[in-house]
Design a protein around this ligand. Structure first.
Ligand code: CAA
Length: 258
């Protein structure tokens, strides 16, 4: 892969988008590589948490690649959007927990890819925004849908219509990011959070993720019914027996399901 680096250590995969000269802008080649990378990761049993970040100190992802889009036809624009949507859906729904380590600009497609992760941790220098309307287009990698779901319709409309950029603290205030940390502590903070998640039942965490994601597209009654079914299903696992027995025996649990 030319533009994506995948490293795996201690059940944590780090995926780095690596086009620092273009501030890690997403062109078709990079989207295709990310798609292949997520397809591989979703099958890997040795990976339980995925951290997604951008190369260099300045930018997470500065958006879709404007130099590729400038001469694109409507059909090509749509194809790029569909490739990104397929790729980001894969990221959103993989069984592993995904954490975006936002190390700078997260604009347009950059904001959209980090919104497809389960959790966002931002460096203090991170900047978020959806500048598409200033380019005569609309967000096309999920921004009109995921931003409204994350921060509410009113705030999402304001950000998309004004193209305002917001800093990490404001992103935290509106609920776009989970946590803000000094830039030099970003990767450590993500690994620390990953380690905490890894100490829990990975199968249960994955099941909870899947139920939360599916529930967002359902009415409450059906979402709660799905939760009850999934809750019952977890009673069939090794981890449920071990977790509860360990609690009653006052020892730490050895949770191994995934
Ligand atoms: N596409 C292609 N190239 C990009 C890019 C992008 N989205 N963002 C930055 N670059 C390139 C610049 O063209 C420049 O290249 P050269 O050195 O060859 O000139 C290089 O990266 C460095 O960028 P700047 O010189 O502009 O750096 P800066 O520090 O002055 O500004 C910035 C940083 C504010 C992020 C600015 O680069 C910028 O505004 N970038 C575009 C952001 C944007 O509009 N993103 C949305 C794209 S559309 C989209 O994403 C659609 C969608 O929904 C998927």
């Amino acid at each position: 892969m030319n533009n994506v680096i995948l490293e795996v250590a201690e059940q944590i995969a780090t995926v780095t988008i690596n086009r620092p000269k273009s501030l890690n802008a997403l062109n078709t080649e990079t989207l295709t590589e990310l798609n292949a990378c997520f397809t591989e990761l979703e099958k890997r049993k040795d990976v339980r948490v995925v951290i997604l970040t951008g190369a260099g100190a300045k930018s997470f992802v500065a958006g879709a690649d404007i130099s590729e889009m400038v001469n694109a036809t409507p059909a090509e624009g749509r194809a790029m959007s569909l490739l990104a949507l397929e790729t980001f859906n894969k990221l959103e729904n993989m069984p592993q927990v995904t954490i975006a380590a936002v190390n700078g600009y997260a604009l347009g497609g950059g904001c959209e890819i980090c919104m497809s992760c389960d959790i966002r941790v931002a460096a203090e220098n991170a900047v978020f925004g959806q500048p598409e309307c200033g380019l005569g287009i609309i967000p096309g990698f999920g921004g009109t849908q995921r931003l409204a779901r994350l921060i509410g319709k009113g705030r999402a409309k304001e950000l998309i219509f004004t193209c305002d950029k917001i800093d990490a603290q404001e992103a935290y205030r509106v609920g776009l990011v989970n946590k803000v940390v000094p830039a030099e502590e970003l990767m450590d903070a993500c690994r620390k959070m990953a380690a905490k998640i890894l100490s829990k039942g990975s199968y249960a965490v994955s099941m909870a993720k899947s139920v939360i994601n599916a529930g967002m597209d359902m009415d409450l009654t059906n979402g709660l019914k799905m939760e009850a079914d999934a809750f019952g299903f977890t009673f069939s696992t090794h981890d449920k027996k071990e977790g509860m027995t360990a609690f009653l025996e006052k020892r730490s649990a050895d949770l191994t399901d995934f």
